[in-house]
Design a binder for this molecule. Structure first.
Ligand SMILES: [Fe+2]
Ligand SMILES: [Fe+2]
Length: 153
């Protein structure tokens, strides 16, 4: 009866899409050497992506681990990839700060991020929506919404 209630997939999946769009704007303005715009757009991208990761690690993953009993599975891999993503964000931030070319680092970030997001959308998010108990899932939906809304202001 609850087949269509899939807040994790809907909210975090849609946020992946939004982040992709914002990053395209970062790449465009950096390629045009419009560095003030590139820096400001990247600042927003970076903040939102870090909030997204924080939601996953602190709100979603513990519930996933509890519901599935998988403590050393997908969440371990995702946490490791998040570390890689944080490192690449720092790298791009430094490049933009110096007015340097970001295209190589941007491509590396997109490679990591695309594969990472696909794994979440194909495995972790659907499993979360299926396995986390309804009351917890409803509370999680509200938490995700509140944190994403605050970050997107
Ligand atoms: Fe993630
Ligand atoms: Fe994600």
């Amino acid at each position: 009866m609850d087949a269509v209630f899939r807040p994790v997939f809907s909210l975090l999946g849609a946020h992946h899409r939004r982040l992709d769009e914002v990053f395209v704007r970062v790449q465009k303005s950096a390629a045009d050497r419009e560095f003030p715009i590139a820096r400001e757009t990247f600042r927003r991208f970076s903040l939102e992506l870090r909030v997204h990761i924080d939601i996953e690690e602190h709100d979603l993953f513990p519930l996933f681990e509890k519901a599935t009993g998988m403590m050393q599975g997908p969440t371990t891999v995702m946490r490791m990839e998040h570390q890689q993503i944080h490192g690449l964000l720092d790298e791009i931030s430094a490049l933009l700060g110096r007015g340097d070319d970001i295209s190589l680092a941007a491509r590396r970030l997109l490679t990591v991020l695309t594969a990472h997001n696909q794994k979440e959308e194909n495995i972790l998010y659907p499993m979360s929506d299926q396995r986390i108990a309804r009351p917890e899932l409803e509370a999680l939906e509200k938490t995700i919404q509140a944190k994403l809304n605050a970050a997107m202001k």
